[in-house]
Design a protein around this ligand. Structure first.
Ligand SMILES: [Zn+2]
Length: 856
């Protein structure tokens, strides 16, 4: 199927204007196909020709301005339209296929009760699997949907229900103008809860089998929704523009959520069936806020083409985090952003596939999908946070409001946004004296230079502290040195704080503007000269900019002693991040991170920090250390988790995080078996369904549980999640036949859903099973080209990543990757991900060599 190109979209936009879609879907047939009729009214340059997109199982009829066109003229997904009139009416009828990949019309049969659920996902170009459409973001039109479905079902869509003329028939009111990728509906015996806030009808939906779990959290979900709506209404002049606000938790969803106007869809893993940590609750809140931010950024004002994807995602990520921190009980959302989301952004920005936040040009829609990465989300949001620090919040918000007013229900580009920010903020004073003195003023011209450096250039700067101390132990030099990688030598203006955390427990912050054009990137901190050089200096304290940081050696030495006593969670998060990033780059050994975990983790009080340190450090331990060193490291990590667990309040998030960390690191099978049987469980810790699966997975990996135990657990948990956990455990069995079966699923199955294939791939590679899985390193590179073509892009990419031999950090693996990448028949997704994942192996090998050389 050809992917729509930017050039084609621009040409079509010049020829036609879409006035409306009238869509009728009949969902009453069997489990394979549904019936679709779309009538599109559009204006065109008379005599012109173009095409409409549709991906039918069978095209039944095409009628343009009263004449029938030949359905056989469909070429891939394009139906040519010639001899257009000024005003046109096109009707396309088709049989469409249900999907099991989360794209188009996903059909799911709940193993818990046999009920069938449908939901539509039109993103990115999958509206064509629902009905015929001019499928590009800047051809917006109102959509009027009607649906026939089993009468006992519930059906909801973007628009308000207008009529239920008879049982089994739903007719929805016309929507506001929508980009085609936002059209959504849900159909099935959904469990529904409704409320209202500030005149806006609210609804939440989930499968019946999850009803009790949704109801248990209903108050929290509605409270967060109300708080976020109120905050957005304080920030923005334009009220929520799409009428009702429904949120549907749907099964086997690929993304976290999708911002369909009026009907947000979210993965139903967010309906918690077991105990969860506050981090998971915060993530759900941030997702709710993120999708709500899209109602303005993305839905009300939509990017003209996919090269401005960041206009959607960076803003939603920034505003979602900000509004969560400001309006809900999750006031540490910026700490989560610092340690989790930004780590994702830094990783993405250092990979071979790095790209600017706002690329000049994204050639086609398929290419756009690959840019849904840590750059478009986390880096872009960080850059916006830096813009707010640089421009001042008032000017920033004035610019946004000017942008919404100028482009409401339309489309906009980066240039449009910069124009809005310049004029909207022109009358505001710069936010600090340093800016007024010439380091950067909030004028249009300077914003252009700022945008060029921050938005148009890829890669990340490093901010390194350099200090010198005299014989009396006082600083005679203290400077922040900004560098950039050789391949992308761009320095940037950074407005940052430098934190001084003294050994006596006092803390203060020095604000500084880093001028990219002065001092070859070196900025002196004159305020510190002559002060006693004790404690540590933390660059980017407050986390206002996007940059790797490095401490000066004396500060780095002081971290193990000082970190546990720092009150500010964000400062602790930055110090942990620095330590793990330095180990990733081979500047310090991974064993240093392990020592820091032993020293500081037992004292950690912020659950997100404990969880993320355990997750990120585990990546280093599993990839960078040889088996003996890995065993020793895991023993120390398990010890730190046990200490954290012993001191954690009973029944709280920290206790659960510590228990999960201990389960993942320990080799004490007696302890694991004991907890499964209810013996020796710490008071307050619930060994519930999800924790049982975690215990079983670890026992399976260690060879201490097998198929009988997995089957018994699956029999006790007949949910969709239970099936996924069982698939993961089966793939993790240290057994040649199990690995063969799992590999067959990963590389060949299209019968199983996206989630079951992914769960299998997730369980396959285990560092403990290197010998058993060694033959599959070669198999990966042999089998993936065909496997990637077997599936649609989203699932194919997930499987490519999860099935990659990530623990085989050795030159022969890299040689196999190089041979694969030399082929010319790879899908764009496979090429992109193998390039990046191979680069992760390269970094691991470089770091190992550097650390070995330093200790020799
Ligand atoms: Zn988003």
């Amino acid at each position: 199927m050809p992917s729509l190109t930017r050039v084609e979209a621009t040409a079509r936009r010049a020829l036609i204007t879409v006035e409306s879609y009238q869509v009728d879907l009949d969902l009453t047939g069997g489990g394979e196909r549904f019936h679709s009729t779309a009538t599109i009214r559009f204006r065109a340059t008379p005599g012109a020709g173009t095409f409409v997109e549709v991906k039918p199982a069978r095209l039944l009829g095409v009628r343009l301005n009263g004449r029938d066109l030949d359905p056989d003229s469909l070429d891939d997904n394009r139906l040519p339209l010639t001899g257009l009139a000024g005003e046109n009416t096109l009707t396309v009828t088709a049989e469409m296929a249900y999907s099991n990949t989360g794209e188009g019309m996903h059909r799911f049969v709940d193993p818990a009760d046999g009920e069938t659920y449908l939901y539509a996902m039109s993103f990115l170009d999958d509206v064509q699997r629902l009905f015929a459409a001019f499928d590009q973001p800047d051809l917006k039109a109102p959509v009027t949907l009607s649906v026939s479905a089993p009468p006992e079902w519930t059906v909801a869509a973007n628009g308000q229900l207008a009529a239920n003329p008879r049982p089994g028939r739903w007719e929805f009111a016309p929507t506001a103008p929508l980009a085609t990728y936002f059209v959504s509906l849900i159909a099935g015996p959904w469990h529904v809860r409704r409320a209202e806030h500030d005149g806006i009808p609210l609804g939440v939906y989930c499968r019946r089998s999850l009803a009790a779990h949704l109801d248990a959290d209903l108050d929290e979900i509605f409270t967060v929704t109300r708080q976020c709506l109120d905050r957005f209404h304080e920030l923005f002049a334009e009220r929520y523009p799409f009428g009702k606000y429904d949120q549907a938790f749907v099964p086997e969803f690929n993304a976290g959520a999708m911002e369909n106007p009026g009907l947000v869809t979210l993965r139903d893993d967010y309906v918690f069936r077991s105990a969860v940590t506050d981090t998971q609750r915060e993530l759900r809140a941030t997702t709710i806020a993120h999708e709500m931010a899209h109602m303005w950024f993305g839905d009300l004002v939509t990017m003209r083409w996919w090269d401005d994807l960041w206009l959607n995602e960076s803003f939603a990520e920034y505003l979602g985090t900000r509004v969560t921190a400001e309006a809900t009980r999750f006031d540490q959302a910026w700490t989560t952003f610092a340690i989790r989301r930004k780590a994702w952004g830094y990783t993405a920005d250092q990979r071979p596939s790095t790209h600017p936040v706002a690329p000049e040009e994204v050639a086609d829609a398929a290419q756009a999908l690959l840019n849904f990465d840590g750059i478009s989300y986390a880096k872009g949001a960080s850059v916006l946070r830096q813009l707010v620090a640089w421009l001042g919040d008032e000017a920033f918000l004035a610019g946004l409001n000017a942008h919404f007013a100028a482009h409401r229900f339309g489309n906009a580009t980066l240039a449009d946004l910069l124009a809005s920010l310049s004029t909207g903020g022109a009358r505001s004073e710069p936010a600090s004296p340093a800016a007024a003195n010439g380091a950067g003023t909030a004028t249009g011209r300077d914003l252009t230079d700022w945008a060029e450096r921050w938005l148009r250039r890829p890669q990340v700067n490093t901010l390194r502290m350099e200090t010198a101390v005299d014989a009396d132990g006082r600083w005679v030099d203290a400077a922040v040195v900004q560098t950039a990688p050789d391949a992308h030598p761009v320095l940037r203006p950074h407005r940052i704080g430098v934190g001084r955390y003294a050994t006596d427990g006092t803390a203060r912050r020095v604000d500084v503007d880093l001028d990219p054009d002065a001092g070859k990137g070196r900025t002196e901190l004159t305020e510190l000269i002559g002060e006693p050089a004790t404690g540590l200096l933390l660059p980017n304290d407050g986390d206002l900019t996007f940059a790797k940081i490095r401490l000066d050696p004396a500060s780095a030495d002081a971290v193990p002693m000082l970190l546990p006593g720092l009150d500010d969670p964000l400062a602790r998060a930055l110090l942990w991040g620095e330590a793990m990033d330095a180990a990733t780059d081979g500047e310090r050994p991974v064993t240093g991170v392990v020592s820091l975990i032993a020293a500081a983790l037992p004292a950690e009080t912020e659950v997100i920090i404990a969880e993320e340190v355990l997750t990120l450090s585990r990546r280093l331990i599993d990839r960078y250390l040889d088996p003996l060193a890995r065993d020793a490291a895991l023993l120390r990590v398990a010890g730190a988790c046990a200490a954290l667990l012993a001191g954690a309040p009973a029944g709280g998030s920290l206790q659960l995080a510590a228990a999960r960390g201990l389960i993942a690191a320990t080799t004490d099978t007696a302890l694991l078996r004991g907890w499964l049987a209810g013996d020796g469980v710490p008071e307050g810790l619930a060994v519930d369904t999800d924790l049982r699966w975690a215990l079983l997975l670890r026992l399976v990996v260690l060879g201490a549980a097998g198929e009988p135990e997995i089957a018994a657990e699956a029999a006790a948990d007949r949910s969709a999640t239970g099936a996924e956990r069982a698939a993961c455990c089966r793939a993790a069995l240290p057994d040649a036949a199990a690995k063969r079966a799992a590999w067959e699923i990963v590389t060949s199955s299209t019968e199983l859903s996206n989630r079951l294939v992914e769960a299998t791939a997730e369980g396959f590679w285990q560092p403990e099973q290197a010998e058993l899985t060694a033959p599959y390193v070669e198999r990966y590179f042999a089998d993936m080209p065909a496997a990637a073509r077997l599936r649609t892009a989203w699932t194919a990419d997930e499987v490519t990543i999860l099935a990659f031999p990530r623990y085989a950090a050795a030159q022969p693996t890299r040689d196999l990757a190089a041979a694969l990448l030399a082929r010319d028949d790879l899908t764009p997704g496979l090429r992109r991900w193998v390039t990046d994942l191979d680069d992760d192996l390269r970094r691991a090998l470089v770091a190992r060599t550097a650390v070995a050389a330093a200790s020799a």
